[in-house]
Design a protein around this ligand. Structure first.
Ligand code: FAD
Length: 117
């Protein structure tokens, strides 16, 4: 059965937060394997997204704008763009993608000391 509007909005905010943070933490110079992993992640995120109508809608957006996974900045810009496509269709304000890097920094920089992406 369809999600309520409140549930859909709450899920959306949580999902977008994770989605953009994954891109913000993706390597600047990914290996081919890392790029393939991100590509798969995006397609599975779409396929398994637990709001059927949203997933179907997002599928058409991804078909039109195929995932860009060659670097952190390219992936983050792509993520911002497709979120804006959803914003447009819901009559929400367009986000300025030029400061996407700072916005999803999430204060995890200290983790870099551990050597992980
Ligand atoms: P959200 O869109 O949830 O954004 C959260 C925060 O992210 C914003 O407050 C802003 O700070 C920031 N942000 C906004 N735009 C961008 C951007 N372009 N890049 C980076 N950060 C940004 N809802 C529906 O009703 N119908 C749908 O078909 C639908 N499809 C969806 C598909 C997907 C894949 C996802 C993840 C969500 C979908 N949603 C859909 C939910 C919808 O996108 C919103 O999450 C929900 O309406 C709550 O909106 P919001 O105004 O709180 O901000």
């Amino acid at each position: 059965e369809p999600l309520t509007a409140v549930c859909r909005a709450e899920l959306g905010r949580a999902a977008w937060k994770l989605f953009h943070t994954v891109f913000a933490r993706f390597p600047d110079k990914p290996t081919a394997d890392e790029s393939t992993a991100l590509q798969s992640y995006i397609h599975l995120f779409q396929r398994l997204y637990p709001c059927g109508e949203c997933a179907a809608h997002f599928r058409t957006i991804i078909d039109r704008y195929p995932p860009q996974v060659s670097s952190r900045s390219v992936a983050a810009a792509w993520g911002c763009h497709v979120h804006n496509e959803v914003n447009k269709s819901l009559d929400k304000p367009i986000f300025d993608c030029s400061n996407i890097g700072d916005f999803y920094d999430c204060g995890c920089a200290k983790d870099e000391e551990g050597g992980k992406t």
